[in-house]
Design a binder for this molecule. Structure first.
Ligand SMILES: [Zn+2]
Ligand SMILES: [Zn+2]
Ligand SMILES: [Zn+2]
Length: 128
């Protein structure tokens, strides 16, 4: 059954995502799965990751060079990330000053229901 095979592949992708030490691209995760000899295609990895992100099971963000990065996230509420651009290691952070600034700035310009994405990329202590 095609459905069963897709579920099995999706589980493998989720497993690999959970084992990744930080944010990973679809290509990098696909390489990990290929090393494990799963035979899962890159398109399947892309689809599975997009599905996790849409379902709120994974964090998705854009790297500074425009690549989509994913991570199995432990926090379900709104938060920000500090990400190592070398190894992908990430720290979940709250940013109360940013929340307030975003609200106030939007209000000043008459905007309602503001949303924002703020992630900080840098080099972690191990990579610096
Ligand atoms: Zn997160
Ligand atoms: Zn690092
Ligand atoms: Zn925020």
């Amino acid at each position: 059954m095609v459905t069963q095979r897709n579920t099995w592949q999706k589980d493998k992708v989720r497993e690999a995502l959970c084992e990744a030490p930080g944010f990973v691209s679809a290509q990098r995760l696909h390489a990990t799965l290929r090393d494990a000899d799963t035979g899962i295609g890159l398109a399947t990895v892309y689809r599975a990751l997009a599905g996790f992100a849409a379902a709120g099971e994974a964090d998705q963000l854009q790297s500074p060079d425009g690549e989509s990065l994913y991570r199995a996230c432990t926090m379900s509420s709104h938060h920000h990330h500090l990400i190592c651009r070398s190894c992908g290691k990430a720290v979940e952070i709250e940013a109360k000053a940013v929340e307030q600034w975003a609200q106030e700035t939007a209000a000043q310009h008459g905007f309602r229901e503001p949303e924002h994405v703020v992630d900080i990329f840098g080099l972690c202590a191990d990579c610096a």
